[in-house]
Write a protein that binds this ligand. Structure first.
Ligand code: UDP
Ligand code: MG
Length: 320
């Protein structure tokens, strides 16, 4: 088997209805490529017949290789696992639900051949996604840009082509909190965008529930910004300022205007709640960071594998 030039990495979580169509569209694209391709499908602990469908593809087409994680680890970890096994010089990451049109891969590869190490797909629109998802995504990506200490382009997902150099660096990053679109921007080199219209899902349900999307958003911000930690300081300063104003007010009433109405109870209650919330918010923010530090220091493996097909860990293929 020749060493592939192109590796396609596709995470799959309960996408049985999509796999055949995805493979059909991809074979067209693969036929147009100018070199060997490997298709790496990562089963992220699916509970439907995705893994069977993947095994069948593997038996019938030797370019299809796969890993199966021992349980559902989440999209970002599934991609991470795939990247650990790729052998190609140009690595393409895409979703299995055909929201990322496979035909775009050719355009990405053309850019890679021009010498870009990262070519990421930027969404112009999100057809048929709910207005709530579009609105929250719009706000989030801009908020992230405001907060993050690396320039993470807005409206980009994980759909991208990366040079081997970049993948090797991603594979040396030990962190388990993997916000791939952020890490990819962090790496640097020559990066460029190509724009596209995000298609609706081919079949099946969206796997990113509101809860998962929220968790991904928080992960992104915390992994790339320490500004939230500073927010507590400013909240503290703000509440100290308000307290000072109150002291002045109370002194004025006591000493200079004894006839003024007594608003003590209300004032104390409001102040109490205000201080309480400032403190709880600050502790909560601290908690988000400390929780992640705890996760990192445990140093557990990032994922566990139950099965692979046609693959060897790249570090075993070419030890550093
Ligand atoms: N996915 C995964 N593990 C998960 C959730 C999702 O591997 O826990 C995969 C999913 O099968 C799909 C991709 O990640 O190929 C993106 O998921 P989805 O389409 O649900 O998200 P969205 O398109 O809304 O970003
Ligand atoms: Mg999708």
């Amino acid at each position: 088997m020749e060493q592939p030039i192109y590796s396609l990495v596709i995470p799959i979580y309960n996408e049985a209805e999509n796999i055949t169509e995805m493979y059909r569209r991809l074979t067209h694209v693969m036929a147009q490529l100018d070199g060997e391709v490997e298709l790496i499908l990562i089963d992220d602990g699916s509970s439907d017949r995705s893994l069977n469908a993947i095994r069948e593809l593997h038996h019938h087409d030797s370019r299809v290789r796969y890993l199966s994680l021992a349980r559902n680890f989440g999209h970002q970890i599934a991609v991470t696992a795939g990247l650990n096994f790729v052998q190609g010089k140009c690595v393409i990451v895409m979703d299995a639900d055909l929201q990322d049109p496979p035909e775009l891969i050719l355009k990405m590869i053309a850019k890679w051949q021009q010498g870009y190490q990262v070519v990421y797909a930027q969404r112009l629109s999100r057809k048929k996604e709910s207005w709530l998802k579009r609105l929250t995504a719009y706000i989030f990506y801009r908020f992230l840009r405001l907060m993050a200490n690396v320039d993470i382009p807005a409206d980009t997902g994980d759909f991208c082509a990366m040079d081997r150099q970049v993948v090797d660096i991603l594979n040396t990053m030990p962190e388990r909190n993997r916000y791939i679109r952020g890490l990819r921007a962090w790496v640097g080199f020559r990066q460029t965008a190509i724009t596209f219209e995000r298609e609706p899902r081919f079949a099946g349900k969206v796997k990113y529930t509101f809860g998962k999307s929220w968790a991904l958003a928080v992960d992104g911000i915390i992994a790339f910004s320490t500004i939230p930690l500073k927010i507590s300081t400013y909240l503290g300063l703000l509440s100290a300022g308000i307290a000072l104003l109150m002291i002045i007010l109370v002194l004025y009433w006591r000493l200079l205007d004894p006839s003024s109405p007594l608003i003590g109870f209300t004032l104390i209650t409001v102040a109490m709640f205000f201080m309480g919330s400032v403190q709880l918010i600050s502790i909560g923010i601290l908690g988000e960071y400390i929780g992640r530090i705890y996760e990192e220091v445990k140093g557990r493996p990032i994922y566990t594998l139950k099965e692979t097909g046609g693959l060897m860990k790249v570090s075993e293929v070419s030890p550093k």
